[in-house]
Structure formats: structure tokens, C-alpha cells
Design a protein around this ligand. Structure first.
Ligand code: SF4
Length: 426
């Protein structure tokens, strides 16, 4: 979402006459878009701001955008006095006005209000990937997971109208994009605010029916709002990718309750059973947090058992880190760092073996890939399957750059834990 926010900010400013340059050194205005989901990311922001400081004397204007901006607010001016603009994502529509204030001699401007029912829509998005485009369909989040800063930094849920999302998707198809990724903190709770009143499954289906759109992905899903109609939509429409990212966070009911995730392990597993009984072979991926306050060895073992039970195709795993303005802060950070590291390593090792097994099942099959790049040193093309696996492959046609963005059939010949290898089928 942050990457796409940056695209929208660039598009908005370019439409107002600004020009994007290649390096911060060449810029007169440097905007730093930030993430505060984990402590490490936030520390990086302040480290980078210190580096910027050396440049600040040369007449550049510095701004901090995104979740750290929202979270730290005017404190950023104290920590990094060379910064002139601080704005959270709910204020991006006001960026041009804020910059006008700075150009008129204002020393510091902020955009920190979360009091908006607007979504950040712009017809001027500047997209960096020529084949895949992101479309935000819902912003903010109404859940209150105990560890998460997002409701504080991105505000309450605001869904975009279906007409506006459809118009953007049609325009993208006309411009030649073939893959659309629908974005939101919780796309499953999308609710069209205009009269058609579409739910997420309907919007997904309709976007998948747009001529020229070959693939539709979405991220991210909250299990509580994940309904069977989404699986049925994937089964019905081949343009909807057979991949669902369904973050579980923990396999222990006790920890799930402490996290305020609003589902039990059984309820989560019911959704997994819908996915596994689909007609299409839907890849399932997830997020895991280890070391949440109070997570016992028994709780942790339940997470490992869940990995064995679900057999995820991939996962993102994290050590819990306390974040400001979250409910979990009051629970303390009780698990020692070394123990969190041990648990994280165990999750990753267990998952590595599962992934190797899952990927090996693909050997001998033919998969359609979108060609995304070329690995010159290996002399291979890099493709992505509908299940979101990376498939590196050789192609008898050689080194023709026109292959980029094409869809090709590739026979899988080998599997590793993180990717597949194959040969294109002529
Ligand atoms: S649903 Fe996701 S974004 Fe919303 S509070 Fe929970 S973890 Fe954060």
C-alpha cells in the first residue's frame, strides 16, 4: 500500500507541474514515505532523516509522509528540525496546498487529521510496473488488533465507490495493464458506498470480467470477513488468481483472543477448508507473529502444528515488537529477544520444509506465467504463476525483450523452497 501511495503522490505532484528526478541529490523537494508497522522500520526512518540532514543545507525541502508521520506528528520537527512537512496518508489529497504554503514562505506544515471519509483517488497515478497496476479499493481499518498501529495511522475504513474502482480498472486495461492488484488493509470488508452496494466478492468478479484483464490479485484479507463467496468467485472466473493470503498470526486460541483477532482457530480452519475444497488449486499464504506478550511454549507449539495442518505455500513471519498507541503495549514485552529469535527460526525452518514439499508437487506440471524479468547471469527468464510462485525458466526463443509482460506456458522441471525452475513449452 505504501508503494502505491508513493505512486499516487508522485502522480498528483506531476499533474501540478512538479517533475520527478532520479536521485534525492537532484531534488529540490524530498518526500520520504514511511512505514511504522514494526519498530525496525521506524528506526530506519530516523536514521535516514539524519542522512538527509547533511543535504538539508543545500536548500532542499524535506517532508515525511505515511505512518511514522501520522504517529509521531509534530515531534518529527523536534527530532529532525530540517523537515518542513509532515503528513499522514489521510491528508495526501491536501499535499499540493501544503506545498503551496511552503512555497509562500511557510516554515512548517502538517496534515495529520484522520477525520475524513475521503479515499485518496487521483487520475494521475504514476505507475512503475508496466504490466501490474495497484488499485486501492478501501483505506483504513475498523478492526483493533492489539499489536497493530494501522487503525491509528490510517484511520477508519473508507471504501471507494464501485464505479470509480471499475473506471480505473477499465482505464488500466485500455492502457495495456493485464494484472490488477486490489489493495486495502482489509479488502474483505469492502462495501460499495454507492447504490449498487457491491460487496468484495462482487467487485472482484466484475473486475475479473473486464476485457484485457488476465489476472486479478488482492491483499490483504482479515479471516473474520473472509466469506465463501470469495472462493466461489475464484472458482468461477479464471482471471482471479488462485492465491489467497489469509493472515492467521497465531495457532493458539488464547493468543488470538489476546491479539483481539476476532476469530478462533476453528473458525480460521473453516475458511481454510473452503479454500482447500475449491475446484481450483488455490495457494494459501499467511502471516505469523511470534513472541506476542504471554505466548507460552504450548501456544507456540500450536502455531507450529497449524503450519503442519494447513501446509501453507508461503508465509511472512515476524517477531512481535511493541508499537505506540496499541493495546498490546500495556501487556509488556515479556518474551526475551533470544526466545523470539528461536521461535522465529523454528517457524521458518518448519515452513521451509513445507514449502519444498508443496513446490515439489508442481514438478511436471505446465503453469502459465506472466514474464516479469530476466536473470542475465543465469540466462533465465523470471515468471510468476497465478499462485504467485516465482518460476525461473529457459526459453528457446532466447533473449528477446519483447517477452516481458507476455503470458507463456512453462513446464516445471525442478523445485526449491522459494521458487520453481522450468522450460517454456513451445
Ligand atoms: S485487521 Fe490488519 S490492519 Fe486492521 S488492525 Fe488488524 S492487523 Fe491492523
Amino acid at each position: 500500500m505504501n508503494a502505491h501511495d508513493s505512486e499516487k503522490v508522485i502522480g498528483t505532484l506531476v499533474s501540478k507541474g512538479y517533475t520527478q528526478v532520479d536521485t534525492p541529490e537532484a531534488a529540490e523537494l524530498v518526500l520520504y514515505n514511511t512505514c511504522s508497522i514494526r519498530d525496525k522500520a521506524e528506526q530506519k526512518v530516523f536514521h535516514r532523516l539524519q542522512q538527509f540532514k547533511r543535504e538539508a543545507g543545500k536548500g532542499k525541502v524535506f517532508g515525511v509522509l505515511g505512518c511514522v508521520a501520522q504517529q509521531e506528528g509534530e515531534k518529527i520537527f523536534e527530532k529532525a528540525p530540517h523537515v518542513s512537512l509532515v503528513a499522514g496518508s489521510a491528508s495526501y489529497t491536501k499535499l499540493p496546498e501544503m506545498l503551496v504554503q511552503l512555497e509562500a514562505g511557510g516554515r512548517r506544515v502538517t496534515g495529520l487529521s484522520l477525520d475524513t471519509d475521503e479515499t485518496f483517488e487521483t487520475p494521475f497515478t504514476r505507475r512503475d510496473n508496466p504490466h501490474r497496476a495497484y488499485i486501492t479499493i478501501i483505506e483504513g481499518c475498523d478492526k483493533s488488533c492489539a499489536y497493530c498501529v494501522v487503525p491509528f495511522t490510517r484511520g477508519p475504513e473508507r471504501s471507494r465507490t464501485s464505479a470509480s474502482a471499475m473506471d480505473e480498472a477499465r482505464r488500466l486495461a485500455e492502457e495495456g495493464y493485464t494484472e490488477i492488484q486490489l489493495l486495502g488493509q482489509n479488502v474483505n470488508s469492502y462495501r460499495d458506498p454507492s447504490p449498487p452496494g457491491w460487496d468484495f466478492a462482487t467487485l472482484l468478479t466484475r473486475i475479473g470480467e473486464i476485457p484485457g484483464i488476465r489476472r486479478v490479485r488482492f491483499t490483504t484479507s482479515h479471516p473474520r470477513d473472509f466469506v465463501k463467496a470469495i472462493v466461489e468467485a475464484i472458482d468461477e472466473n479464471p482471471a482471479l488468481c488462485n492465491h489467497v493470503h489469509l493472515p492467521v498470526q497465531s495457532g493458539s486460541n488464547r493468543v488470538l483472543a489476546a491479539m483481539d483477532r476476532l476469530y478462533t482457530r476453528d473458525e480460521y480452519m473453516r475458511r481454510i477448508s473452503w479454500l482447500k475444497s475449491a475446484r481450483r488449486n488455490i495457494a494459501i499464504t499467511t502471516d505469523i507473529i511470534v513472541g506476542f506478550p504471554g505466548e507460552t511454549e504450548a501456544d507456540f507449539n500450536e502455531t507450529l502444528a497449524l503450519l503442519d495442518e494447513v501446509q501453507y505455500d508461503s508465509l511472512f513471519s515476524f517477531k512481535y515488537s511493541p508499537r505506540p498507541n496499541t493495546a498490546a503495549l500495556a501487556m509488556g514485552d515479556k518474551i526475551p529477544e533470544e526466545e523470539k529469535t528461536r521461535r522465529l527460526t523454528m517457524v521458518q525452518e518448519r515452513q521451509r520444509a513445507i514449502q519444498l514439499r508443496r513446490n515439489s508437487e508442481a514438478v511436471g506440471t505446465v503453469q502459465e506465467v506472466l514474464v516479469e524479468g530476466r536473470n542475465q547471469s543465469l540466462g533465465q527468464w523470471i515468471g510468476r504463476t497465478s499462485q504467485n510462485r516465482t518460476l525461473n525458466f529457459s526459453h528457446a526463443g532466447g533473449n528477446d525483450e519483447r517477452l516481458l509482460g507476455q503470458y507463456l506456458d512453462v513446464r516445471v522441471t525442478r523445485a526449491g523452497p522459494n521458487s520453481l525452475v522450468g522450460e517454456s513449452v513451445m
